[in-house]
Design a protein around this ligand. Structure first.
Ligand SMILES: *Cc1c(COP(=O)(O)O)cnc(C)c1O
Length: 366
């Protein structure tokens, strides 16, 4: 495939160095955005072997997008997204963590939501173009990175119910600090008994906005009970543990096993999840992907068989899970954090360039 040429429209009035420095001094999460974004448009063409053409690739000023009120994404939710980070290394170079995995997952999500395939090359070029344009926005402090948010949506103005013939792909970027703020303290989790985020045959394995819309009510319940996050269960399989609203879950056993729920089609396959499975193997842990129920969690913590529980995802990396609130019942924290922190250190070390990248996960952007 020939390389796509991105048109470049520089921001006429970019953020001043002083303002940017103030933002980078305390990045937070997802509240400030860089000066540019990348856009690529798709138009379906039944005569084209790929079903249509991606065109008008461009780097342009970050800003509001113009959309018809009839755009089908606003009515039927045909939308998917990705999340990955770019890290500044000590020598000033900038690297993305496993972006090929995000490109592949975007296309699995696209397939489920009847959106067009975006060639991997175009995905990698898009993030490379944006990070090069806004390289000064990549923070270099501990635990900091530039969070990249690629997304794709049905832009066609049409109220009939079918896959849209006009689609937009964009990438925006936001400097990110520690997701849960401050030091790494265990998060309290609320068990969702009233709501599910996914069902058999649904979109649970796709990274689509609709899954998040379905999780917000449960998240509100969690907050009302003083919890940080929601745990979703599969009631059809003896309350098998699925995942949190936006993070996968792991268990560390006293005998050296590292267990995470198997992918069933209702769980999102995290890039962090698959990386932790590999790092666990590297550390000599026995890795298992299998069904694990809420009962096993509770009894394992009680007996001491389960020593640590943690959540993982791009935004929060690896975070220890503390107490679990299940209605009026409380499952106490497993207590330990040794393996959790070792995995976190290893992963962050690779991402920030402090630990050798044995698996070739890092992709240089600048
Ligand atoms: C994005 C996401 C994750 C974590 O995936 P990573 O690739 O590790 O960031 C987990 N669960 C859900 C529902 C998600 O949307």
């Amino acid at each position: 495939m020939t390389e796509t040429v991105f048109a470049r429209h520089e921001h006429p009035n970019p953020t001043s160095a002083a303002e940017r420095a103030a933002i980078l001094a305390e990045p937070g999460f997802g509240k400030d955005f860089t000066d540019h974004m990348v856009s690529i448009d798709f138009t379906a063409d039944p005569d084209h072997p790929d079903g249509g053409l991606w065109h008008d690739a461009r780097v342009e000023p970050y800003g509001p997008i113009s959309l018809s009120p009839a755009a089908s994404v606003l009515h039927y939710g045909q939308e998917i997204f990705e999340g990955l980070k770019a890290y500044r290394h000590a020598d000033g170079s900038i690297w993305a963590f496993r972006p090929e995995a995000n490109a592949a997952r975007l296309n699995r999500s696209a397939d489920r939501l009847a959106l067009p395939v975006l060639p991997e090359r175009l995905f990698l070029d898009a993030i490379g173009q944006l990070v090069r344009a806004d390289r000064d926005w990549v923070p270099g402090g501990e635990g900091e990175a530039l969070y990249l948010r690629p997304f794709m949506y049905a832009s066609e103005a049409f109220l009939g119910v079918r896959a849209a013939n006009e689609v937009a792909f964009k990438v925006i970027a936001s400097p990110a600090g520690n997701y849960f703020g401050g030091e790494l303290k265990p998060v309290t989790i609320w068990v969702s008994r009233d709501y599910a985020r996914a069902g058999v045959g649904g979109t649970g394995a796709a990274k689509c906005g609709g899954n998040y819309a379905a999780s917000l009510k449960a998240q509100q319940q969690a907050a009302a009970h003083g919890a940080n996050q929601v745990l979703f269960l599969d009631p059809a399989h003896e309350n098998a543990v699925e995942e949190l609203g936006g993070m996968n879950v792991f268990f560390v056993f006293a005998d050296g096993r590292l267990v995470t729920p198997q992918l069933t089609g209702t769980i999102l396959e995290g890039v962090t999840r698959s990386s932790i499975l590999q790092l666990g193997r590297d550390m000599g842990l026995t890795v298992e992907q299998r069904r694990i129920t809420l009962d096993e969690w509770a009894s394992g913590v009680r007996s001491g068989e389960i020593t640590e529980v943690f959540a993982c995802g791009t935004a929060a990396v690896v975070t220890p899970i503390g107490r679990l609130l299940d209605g009026d019942e409380v499952i106490e924290s497993a207590g330990g954090t040794e393996t959790t922190l070792a995995l976190r250190e290893r992963l962050l070390g690779i991402q920030t360039g402090a630990v050798e990248d044995e698996h070739g996960w890092m992709h240089r952007l600048v």
